[in-house]
Structures are given as structure tokens and as C-alpha cells.
Design a protein around this ligand. Structure first.
Ligand SMILES: N[C@@H](CCC(=O)N[C@@H](CS)C(=O)NCC(=O)O)C(=O)O
Length: 228
């Protein structure tokens, strides 16, 4: 167990990778302090934040002076450094490699495809006061569908979690990404019972930290429901 100062994390909970980090910290009770960086107010472009991450992205972690960016690296660092149950990021080489296999794939599949749906349905119309581009949205949903197929047939084939019998950091990255379109009142798993069961297993495994991380997104969804 590490000693010294609390782990500090710079997060905006509307950001999918930030929520994954937030859930891991809370579900495993790693002592930490959250520093909110409001993206909508451009706080990630402030000179102070740019000293931590010149790439101007959240999440960022600072652990006793050690600054780390990239959710994937942060999750694995926390699970390795702190005394958390081993299943989060297994030490056994083959099991660990399964987690690394998913997380490598995630950043060019689940993440861009789910994020694009949210961008087209929520971010762009809000920022530009324009209508949703339906043609692009249909295309984005179809790309996401291919990714959902692969999650079901490759990663969840005959196992309850993406990388085996227990939850890992890979499940956190994936579930937070697939929840993002909920902010636009769209559940992309609605027609996907296998993935819905997986999401329920993830929620049960992390307990109330799931809803805590998603409270801001749920509030956004509720505001949209009220307008529809
Ligand atoms: N690969 C990075 C992605 C981080 C990222 O894209 N963060 C977004 C929020 S989801 C951000 O900070 N965007 C601010 C911007 O690009 O201006 C990770 O997984 O940590």
C-alpha cells in the first residue's frame, strides 16, 4: 500500500474515461481527492492544467508528484500500485494480456464509435445550435453496431466479463463508453440482451460507485427527456 499524500485525480464526470477512473477509485476505496476540471468552461486549457497535461485532456492523476495521463495507464497504475483485489488487473501473464488485448482494441473501436454517437446527438447540436445530422448519425450507429457485435461474439463469448470470469479495468472503460449516449437519451444496448446482462453484472460488481460516477450524465439525460 502506498503511503504519503492522497492520489489526486483531475476529472470531468461527463467524460467517459474520467468516469472509469472515478469508479475504480471508489469501488476499491483507494483514498483520493477529485479536482474537477470543467471542460465546458475550458478549464482544461488553463495554464495551470496545461502544466499537468500539455495535451489538455482529462483524466490526469497525480500520485505523490508522479503525473500520469491516459485513462488506460492510470487505471492499470492504480490497480498495480494500490492494494486492490487482483482481478482488476490480474498478475498472471495470460490473464493480464487479455485485459491489455481489450484495452488496446478499445481505443480504436468502442471509444470512438460510442463517443461519435454522443457527439452527433448532443455535443454538436448543443455547441452549434443546429439540428442533428441524421445521415451521419445513422452511419455512426451502424459503425457502433459492428463494435457491439464484436463485444458480444469475441469478448463476451462464454464468459461473464470482457476478459474472463471477473471484472477488470477493461469492463470499466467499456461500460463508461457505452453509457455515454445515454446522455442523449439513447440506450445503445436496448436491443442487446447479452450486453445488457454484462452491464448489469458490472453495475453489481462496483455497487453505488456506478451511479455516483454517472450522476451528471443521468441529469443530462433527464433534462433531454423533459424536452422530448
Ligand atoms: N486517450 C485519452 C482520451 C482523453 C480524452 O479524450 N479526454 C477528453 C474528454 S473524454 C478531453 O479531455 N477532451 C478535451 C478536449 O479535447 O478539448 C484517455 O483515455 O484518457
Amino acid at each position: 500500500m502506498a503511503t504519503g499524500r492522497l492520489v489526486e485525480v483531475y476529472l470531468d464526470l461527463l467524460s467517459q474515461p474520467c468516469r472509469a477512473v472515478h469508479i475504480l477509485l471508489n469501488a476499491t476505496r483507494i483514498p483520493h481527492r477529485v479536482r474537477t476540471v470543467a471542460l465546458r468552461r475550458g478549464e482544461h486549457r488553463s495554464p495551470e492544467f496545461m502544466k499537468l497535461n500539455p495535451m489538455m485532456k482529462v483524466p490526469v492523476m497525480v500520485d505523490d508528484g508522479f503525473i500520469l495521463t491516459e485513462s488506460d495507464a492510470i487505471l492499470k497504475y492504480l490497480a498495480t500500485k494500490y492494494d486492490v483485489p487482483e482481478h482488476w488487473y490480474p498478475r498472471q501473464p495470460e490473464r493480464r494480456a487479455r485485459v491489455d488485448e481489450y484495452t488496446a482494441w478499445h481505443h480504436s473501436n468502442t471509444r470512438p464509435h460510442a463517443a461519435k454517437v454522443f457527439r452527433l446527438e448532443v455535443l454538436i447540436p448543443t455547441q452549434t445550435s443546429s439540428q442533428v445530422d441524421e445521415v451521419r448519425l445513422v452511419r455512426a450507429l451502424s459503425e457502433l453496431d459492428d463494435t457491439l457485435d464484436k463485444l458480444e461474439t469475441m469478448f463476451l463469448r462464454r464468459q461473464p466479463f470482457l476478459c474472463g470470469d471477473d471484472i477488470t479495468v477493461a469492463d470499466l472503460l467499456a461500460v463508461c463508453e457505452l453509457m455515454q449516449p445515454v446522455g442523449g437519451a439513447r440506450d445503445v444496448l436496448q436491443q442487446r440482451p447479452q450486453l445488457q446482462r454484462w452491464r448489469t453484472r458490472v453495475q453489481s460488481a462496483v455497487g453505488e460507485s456506478f451511479d455516483r460516477a454517472h450522476a451528471v450524465l443521468f441529469a443530462l439525460r433527464d433534462r433531454r427527456h423533459a424536452r422530448l
